[in-house]
Design a protein. Structure first.
Length: 418
């Protein structure tokens, strides 16, 4: 009995952790593919590859599948979800069963955290759960938008089409995010350099000049004395220079974590003279793109607006979308409540009204999203071209002001010698 139990335990352990095989092969179209797969032996890998339409050329055991877990590393990224969506769409379109497609993608996922999620989803589907319900158990990976679209695809029998739309949506949404983040890279770098240069000048360069000026004697010009006093303050009370900005940042984050603070900040940023118009364009592009994707996939408009409001990214816009949803549930059309919010530009409201009247609102929303994507490009370029000279003037002013303040005593000493 003990031996039998040991054998069962050994088999269970082997089943729990299958060996990993590296493979390469060619598709029927002649494309070369490669990857990794968990299986009992090389023959099982070859059989599965042939089921996928890949003629295996090389299958060998991999012994380097060690997972290194570090703090903050290993989370599921948007790129992981995009690749999964694209691959899963192709497999479903090719006629592979849902469970088999999930197993193939799950075992080959490079990200260990995502691999664990996909295999958990596969297990739920195998146990009789719908694909959408299985995804909904992982809200940190698959949001409401993803789950609702998959559910609509399952009900309508067009899961592959829905996944294609989801992939296109995720790709365009990420492109929009990269544009906005890209605009912030240059000023962030210049500001960091300016702060670093200032600290180095005050902490290390100013004391050298101060000692030299003391040897000559005489009163210091006001700008020079100000820099020397600032240098003393930085070296003696450096913790204030570190603690105060850190405290302000922590306080700002704490304010944003409250409902009232977040609402106030989001309302303020929309009215900001430079960033406000760009933030509004980004919000309109995201709203119209998301709503178009959901409506074209067959999601009811009230459900779609509920999900869109939660993914708006701005409390003011979220409140406006919820107002529109409430008015539609009372029997009104979409254009009038949108105009009442005074958040969306009049052109957007009119175009959505035309789309609703003609019965092609999803197509109209997609056109608006494409237009505002281009507008964001133009806005980001204009913002970058405006910020560049301002930051250069700031950096030049810091360095130039320091040089002038340090050389004023030298000019004064030279005048006294004459």
């Amino acid at each position: 009995m003990a031996q039998a139990a040991a054998n069962l335990t050994s088999k269970a352990a082997v089943a729990a952790k299958l060996p990993v095989f590296k493979w390469s092969g060619k598709t029927r179209q002649g494309e070369t593919r490669s990857g990794t797969m968990e299986a009992g032996d090389a023959a099982a890998v070859r059989a599965r590859l042939q089921q996928m339409g890949i003629e295996p050329a090389s299958v060998r055991r991999s012994f380097g599948n060690l997972e290194l877990k570090l703090p903050g590393i290993g989370g599921v990224t948007t790129k992981d979800i995009l690749v999964f969506t694209r691959q899963f769409s192709v497999m479903i379109d090719a006629g592979l069963p849902l469970v088999q497609a999930l197993e193939i993608i799950g075992t080959q996922a490079d990200n260990p955290a995502f691999r664990k999620v996909l295999l958990a989803v596969k297990s739920k589907v195998e146990a009789g759960s719908t694909f959408a319900d299985a995804l909904a158990e992982h809200p940190k990976v698959f949001d409401d938008l993803f789950v609702q679209l998959v559910r609509a695809g399952e009900i309508g029998g067009i899961l592959d089409t829905i996944l294609n739309r989801l992939g296109a949506y995720i790709e365009k949404n990420e492109k929009l995010k990269r544009r906005v983040k890209g605009a912030m890279v240059y000023p962030s770098i210049v500001l960091t350099v300016a702060v670093g240069v200032t600290v180095v000048l005050l902490a290390f360069v100013t004391p050298t000049f101060e000692k030299m000026f003391k040897d000559f004697g005489g009163a210091m010009p006001a700008p020079t004395q100000f820099l020397i006093d600032l240098s003393h303050g930085l070296r003696r009370n450096w913790y204030w220079f570190v603690g105060v900005p850190t405290g302000l940042i922590a306080g700002f984050k704490a304010m944003l974590s409250t409902k009232r603070g977040r609402e106030g900040w989001d309302a303020t940023i929309l009215k900001a003279p430079v960033f406000g118009p760009l933030v509004r364009k980004v919000a309109v592009a995201r709203f119209t793109r998301t709503l178009a994707t959901m409506l074209s996939s067959g999601v009811p408009i009230l459900d779609a607006l509920d999900i869109v409001s939660r993914s708006a990214g701005n409390k003011t816009i979220e409140a406006a979308i919820r107002h529109v949803r409430t008015k539609i549930s009372e029997g009104k059309n979409i254009a009038q409540p949108l105009a009442e919010t005074k958040v969306f530009p009049p052109m957007v409201v009119q175009m959505i009204g035309v789309g609703e009247a003609t019965g092609a609102m999803d197509a109209m929303l997609s056109k608006i999203a494409d237009f505002y994507d281009d507008e964001v490009d133009v806005g980001v370029a204009a913002l970058t071209s405006m910020i560049e000279p301002v930051m250069m003037v700031v950096l030049g002013g810091v360095v130039g002001g320091f040089l002038v303040a340090m050389y004023l005593p030298i000019f004064s000493i030279a005048g006294n010698i004459k």
